[in-house]
Design a protein around this ligand. Structure first.
Ligand SMILES: C[S@@+](CC[C@H](N)C(=O)[O-])C[C@H]1O[C@@H](n2cnc3c(N)ncnc32)[C@H](O)[C@@H]1O
Length: 364
């Protein structure tokens, strides 16, 4: 049975009721009052009018709400999020229905079934930035070609961990028949492995956008025969053992205090135990399990725990072969006052191997 893939995208509104109108001539104050009363406001003239209304809204909230403590900042962000998403813009024939608007290809690509609809202005801003990244591509040091991240897909903006992985891959002298890249994202680690001679890489991601985007990017090229993908959790449909398993997981534990539960950034308490249990089954007896991690959660006091150290201390499944650490570049100079912790930020590359004793026990 083929089930339709549900790409993550902002939900289109087919109609709106009783919206106020901001056409650049109407009073900003009145429109802000409308937003405060939970009423939508439609941008009808220039694209820039939307930007003007949102900056006026920020000024208004800055004057009205305290914004210093963590709790206040959260309330401020909540109010801004709610009110800014009442600012709407119309899309006609897959184009923004205002003058001097950017062309955003996602409107056609992500909404083939509806040409005319409404989205909120912040959603359009997100789609616009994502379109620039996708269309122009992003250069990643260490990769020969640019990546073109699909809408809603994680891509790296700092590269220290990729350097660590590159150094490790260059020294790796084991077999290079197959590898698994758990949480493939925009594919950077898989591309590194393929560049270093791996014949076949299997990649998974729970985020359908990552897999759809990578498949589209590869098309029918030679690359597409080397990288096979599946939408699914952890190892997805791939159950054959491989000589290398790589996972650059989310680095922060999820917390009920956060509004944003992005699965590329936050992990839940089951992710690591489930991953190590499944990895034990999927790793060949002499294979290597490579995890990329960081001390970010520890130095920002989010948690004292470290899921890989915990597995090594308590899991009994794997032994540590080596842990490489690297200071994050540019972290020590000119750090802002509230970001002093950045000076001690490090990325980590953990290389684990089977604990042969428990491996034998589980085979008997
Ligand atoms: C930090 S990003 C790393 C992406 C990419 N490997 C890289 O290094 O740039 C983590 C990725 O893991 C994916 N992910 C999170 N939980 C997952 C799970 N249970 N199974 C598979 N992928 C998952 C996220 O959607 C995200 O794409």
């Amino acid at each position: 049975m083929i089930t339709e893939i549900q790409i993550h995208k902002p939900k289109p509104m087919v109609s709106i009721n009783d919206a106020g109108v901001f056409d650049g001539t109407s009073s900003i104050g009145i429109n802000i009052k409308t937003l405060e009363a939970n009423g939508p406001v439609l941008i009808t003239r220039f694209y820039i009018d939307g930007l003007l209304l949102l900056s006026a809204l920020k000024r208004h909230l800055n004057n009205k709400l305290p914004n210093t403590t963590f709790k206040e900042q959260r309330a401020y962000r909540g109010a801004y999020h709610k009110m800014s998403n009442l600012v709407l813009i119309e899309i006609v024939a897959h184009r923004l229905h205002v003058k001097k608007a950017p062309a955003i290809g996602w409107l056609e690509k992500l909404y083939p079934e509806t040409a005319d609809f409404f989205l909120t202005f912040p959603q359009i801003q997100g789609l616009n930035s994502a379109w620039q990244w996708y269309k122009n591509g992003i250069s990643i040091p260490l990769l020969r070609n640019k990546i073109h991240p699909y809408y809603g897909t994680y891509f790296p903006t700092r590269f220290d961990h990729l350097e660590l992985f590159d150094q490790w891959l260059k020294r790796y002298n084991g077999p290079k028949k197959t590898a698994i890249d758990v949480g493939v994202g925009s594919g950077v680690l898989s591309f590194q492995m393929i560049a270093q001679g791996f014949q076949k890489v299997f990649g998974t991601d729970t985020n359908p956008n990552a897999v759809v985007g990578l498949n589209e990017f590869m098309g029918a090229t030679k690359l597409s025969r080397k990288l096979e993908l599946d939408i699914g959790s952890l190892f997805g449909k791939f159950d054959k053992q491989t000589e290398l398993i790589v996972f650059n997981p989310p680095w922060l534990p999820e917390s009920h205090l956060l509004d944003n539960m992005d699965q590329a950034i936050y992990y839940n308490e089951n992710l690591f135990p489930d991953f190590f249990e499944a990895a034990k089954q999927r790793l060949l007896p002499n294979g290597k399990l490579v995890l990329i991690f960081s001390n970010l959660a520890q130095i920002t006091n989010v948690t004292k725990g470290h899921p890989i150290e915990k597995e090594l201390a308590e899991g009994g499944r794997f032994l540590l072969e080596k842990c490489y650490k690297k200071k994050v570049k540019g972290a020590s100079e000119k750090t802002k006052r509230d970001q002093r912790w950045r000076a001690s930020e490090e990325v980590e590359l953990w290389v684990l191997i089977h604990n042969k004793i428990t491996l034998l026990q589980s085979e008997n």
